[in-house]
Design a protein around this ligand. Sequence first.
Ligand SMILES: [Zn+2]
Ligand SMILES: [Zn+2]
Length: 132
Amino acid sequence: MERKWPPSARWTEDDVAQVGFRNKERMDFSVARAMNFLMDRDKEKRLKSNLCALCFYSGPGMAGQAITGWNCRVCLKDQPLWGNTSPPLACEKCSKKHKLCTDCGADLYLRVRRSNVVPITPRALRKSSPSS
Ligand SMILES: [Zn+2]
Ligand SMILES: [Zn+2]
């Protein structure tokens, strides 16, 4: 059968059903995700992986397939090569020490910290900080 583009403009009951079904699925997915954010059911696992609720329950983001060199943005130490183009923000040690999400650098509990204007990188290292 020959396919025309744009497809026939007439909207059919079949289209209504298909789009409705898709939207229902997307909504269910969004609600389930929102519930995960709110309920934090895997909290123990989440905290073990040093991730904030958003990063943990959002799943892996977009990342290219290339080995990437990176340094921790807190201690500034070079880290072992990362398997994709989206390396973490902080090393595991710093994530644990400062209770930061290793992925995005937010507070692990997404609390708003008052001291957020003070760099947490040790003073001695700040000068050698790579320009950001
Ligand atoms: Zn570090
Ligand atoms: Zn995060």
